[in-house]
Design a protein around this ligand. Structure first.
Ligand SMILES: Nc1ncnc2c1ncn2[C@@H]1O[C@H](COP(=O)(O)OP(=O)(O)OP(=O)(O)O)[C@@H](O)[C@H]1O
Ligand SMILES: [Mg+2]
Length: 324
């Protein structure tokens, strides 16, 4: 079932172009020049119920802007968005009932309330029946390990503790869709893992649809089956993650240790990245040559004592896309 549909969505920001210096500041007071920033240029895509989609791209690509439009916080300049068949702009209340949103960069919790009080408040805001609230809260407390933090004011929580609280707050009303904009930013390994486990658990148990933005490609690899890559406001890749990675990362790395130090490598099947004494890092196009061919060719030239071949990873693929 199509759950989210974006059709030629465009978002322009109008920003004041500031003139520099004292005189400039004075001029700005009277007539500031306006310029347009096309944050999202033309985005169309469909997301199905139960998918976990990695929405990734370099800084400034337009990811957060898209998420803000999908969650109804911002209006697109043109184009249309449907979430469960409704417009998040025109039917904000209806849409929000089925939406959980977390912005890793910005808290949505109440700074001075204890975490437990925050949840109580959200219960009233969402008008959740007591029984449903207790059941969901219990579950979230367990999955996110919130018990020790319930009586602590939000402002005293560490970043990782707070982020667990943010996720619980976003899921308290059991939304079918979760938008996560950098939910693991600044977190340590354990906190990241807890959040990843939580996302997978929600998706498995409740078929929660998840759109995840992250610069941590580990998050993306561990959670998502589909990637949408955006660059400069347009989608440059959309498909199964494995497919994108294997298509984009055509190279494999070969790391060799040789018996005698070498200055250069003449084998034309490889591109040398780095030589340090008896260690050589090179890469080869694995669509053109097999690893065995390359190793054989290199073996003619030098005595190899140890080697390892590194598979293309998502990082190689992504950096290829960002730079193409
Ligand atoms: N409120 C705003 N007013 C004006 N311009 C904005 C505003 N918010 C974002 N922009 C601009 O729109 C573009 C896209 O920003 P956006 O925050 O969507 O990027 P992003 O993909 O989320 O990047 P990041 O990975 O850094 O979070 C950027 O050029 C940014 O400067
Ligand atoms: Mg962003």
């Amino acid at each position: 079932m199509e759950q989210i549909v974006l059709d030629h969505v465009v978002k322009e920001y109008i920003v004041a172009k500031k003139k520099k210096g004292m005189l400039g500041a004075l001029v700005n007071l009277f007539h500031s020049e306006k310029i347009r920033v096309e944050a999202v240029k033309d985005i169309s895509c469909t997301i199905e119920k139960g998918e976990i989609v990695g929405y990734i791209g370099p800084n400034g690509a337009g990811k957060s802007t898209t998420i803000k439009m999908m969650s109804g916080i911002m209006h697109p300049t043109s184009g249309s968005i449907l979430v469960n068949g409704l417009s998040p702009q025109k039917n904000r209340k209806e849409v929000v009932k089925n939406l959980g949103v977390v912005f890793g960069q910005r808290t949505q919790l109440y700074w001075d309330l204890r975490l437990g009080e925050t949840f109580e408040l959200l219960k009233r805001i969402y008008r959740l029946p007591e029984e449903q609230y207790q059941r969901t809260l219990e579950e979230l407390r367990n999955v996110l390990g919130l018990d020790q933090f319930m009586d602590i004011p939000v402002r005293q929580l560490s970043l990782g503790q707070r982020m667990r609280g943010e996720l619980a707050a976003a899921m308290l009303h059991e939304p079918g869709i979760l938008f996560l904009d950098e939910p693991t930013i600044g977190l340590d390994i354990d906190a990241k893992q807890a959040i990843r486990d939580f996302i997978l658990e929600m998706n498995r148990k409740k078929k929660t649809t998840v759109i995840l933005t992250s610069h941590d490609l580990d998050d993306v690899m561990k959670l998502c089956t589909r990637l949408i890559v955006i660059n400069k406001g347009v989608i440059v890749e959309d498909g199964p993650i494995d497919e994108i990675v294997s298509r984009m990362a055509t190279y494999r790395m070969l790391i060799l240790e040789v018996a005698e130090p070498v200055q250069e490598v003449s084998c034309d099947q490889v591109e040398v990245m780095k030589i340090e004494g008896r260690k050589i890092w090179c890469k080869f196009d694995h669509h053109a040559h097999t690893a065995a061919e390359v190793i054989h060719a290199l073996g003619e030239e030098m005595k190899i004592v140890d080697l390892s071949v590194r598979e293309p990873d998502v990082e190689d693929a992504i950096s290829n896309i960002y730079h193409s």
